[in-house]
Design a protein around this ligand. Structure first.
Ligand code: HEC
Length: 150
């Protein structure tokens, strides 16, 4: 969010022409550069959230124990990454759902998480954040916004 404000400020101040584009504005990717080395915290399973999608969940290494042991709330900066797969063996990657923990109380209307969805190439997809939030609010079961059962 801070980055988006910065981009807007730069556009307004310095380069108005380059910012006038018909391209829909998408925010910068939050997918960490080292996400391929993230530990897996929930194994391959059918997703309750989507039809005919299989998922695995990963976190940044610092959050692994908190996720698997259920130590809530998660630390600010925690990244929860859900891999979406087309096949039951979880080999054919379709994309990612991503949650990045904000500071406590920073955005209670978003459960204090930043929400993002990306395709398999890491391109940010247009999403309705309110839909992510309302469903996670109901499926989290006291897990600080996280929904995947052990
Ligand atoms: C209809 C309900 C629903 C909606 C809408 C939804 N989710 Fe989820 N989400 C779940 C459930 C249930 C899980 C547990 C794993 C599964 O079954 O896929 C989950 C798991 C996740 C996880 C893994 C971390 C965890 O344990 O919660 C991430 C990341 C995630 N969702 C991101 C998103 C994002 C981003 C959006 C919005 C684009 C979104 N979700 C919308 C229900 C939902």
């Amino acid at each position: 969010m801070k980055r988006a404000w910065l981009a807007a400020a730069v556009c307004a101040a310095a380069m108005p022409a380059s910012c006038e584009s018909d391209e829909p504005q998408t925010e910068a990717s939050l997918l960490p550069a080292d996400h391929a080395s993230f530990p897996e915290v929930r194994g391959c399973r059918f997703s309750v959230d989507h039809d005919a999608i299989y998922v695995r969940v990963f976190t940044n290494p610092q959050a692994q124990a908190a996720y698997t042991d259920g130590v809530y709330p998660f630390a600010p900066g925690t990244v929860l990454l859900k891999h979406y797969y087309r096949d039951a063996g979880c080999t054919d990657l379709q994309g990612y759902g991503l949650m990045q923990r904000l500071d406590d109380g920073e955005a209670p209307e978003q459960l204090d998480w930043h929400w993002q969805e990306l395709d398999a190439d890491g391109k940010v997809q247009a999403i309705e954040v309110a839909a992510c939030v309302s469903c996670h609010d109901s499926c989290t079961a006291g897990r600080d916004g996280a929904c995947t059962d052990p």
